[in-house]
Write a protein that binds this ligand. Sequence first.
Ligand code: AMP
Length: 323
Amino acid sequence: MRPTGRLHLGHLVGALGNWVPLQAQYDCFYFVADWHALTSDFADTSQLTSYAYENVADWIGAGLDPEQSTFFIQSLVPEHAELYLLLSMVIPVPWLERVPTYKEQQETLKDKDLSSIGFLGYPLLQTADVAIYDARFVPVGEDQVAHLELARESVRRFNNFFGAVLVEPQPLLTKFGRLPGLDGDKKMSKSLGNTIHLSDSADEVKKKVMRMYTDPKRVRADVPGTVEGNPVFVYHDAFNPDTAEVEDLKARYRAGKVGDVEVKSKLANALNTHLEPIRERRAAVLANPERLKEIVVDGSRQARVVAQETMARVRDAMKISYR
Ligand code: AMP
């Protein structure tokens, strides 16, 4: 995860919620991709390290466990850069230019300078991030499938030249699609300012929910409303465990027999019940910055041992080993 801001409900359903149960099944590595944050935000790095720590606190808040999984910071494992460099000797530039997000993001993020080598190369840096741990699976959403395709092709090309050195990673697709934004946009996203953060107070959550976009045709409570695609109900489905309450609200909404205030108040309550233990855990983690630092430094040291073993193998295979 890139430390470009605080984590929000989209990250919870689209990433963290999926990562937590994987811990019991796999040997998991989770990292703060601080170099990746530079691919689009190199001009202002003032908040990068504080976001990095906050993101790790958010992970622990959401249920990731540094005792069970390896947490690390990308730049504390410089071998990622070495593998990226070696891959860059082998991978043709047009492969990267063809990655769909390359042109898409250059067009949509007009206020950012995305003409750098770093931005073009970031899917290859991701390839190195994954391959350096011999990772067989990467838990991702649909938006990252093309990047993993590039990772597999790059690994195959590399292995064709140097032997079976690197492992081809497969996506472990997240079931949950995209969480819409508070404004009804199809994606909750920091850059759109339509988010509820895991760090928001109960009061902030309530205020944001009360201002949420809902069915614009419903000018009064007695006008029948549309539930499908309505973000208020998408959130109810995602976060309110009381399905009887949700079904009752939907039925009355469709019939024009419930006010927005009731639907939204119940959503705010459900969200706050869901977020309260996360908020408490993240606050406890942030209250002990020395321990938090220790978690990422220790995890990075452990990750580095694995990365160094892979790089020794890679250098041997490429015959640039001077041991
Ligand atoms: P980002 O911070 O936008 O780079 O997102 C990191 C990852 O979090 C994405 O690859 C998605 O898997 C997930 N994610 C972010 N926003 C959402 C959202 N609105 N709905 C679902 N998943 C999301």
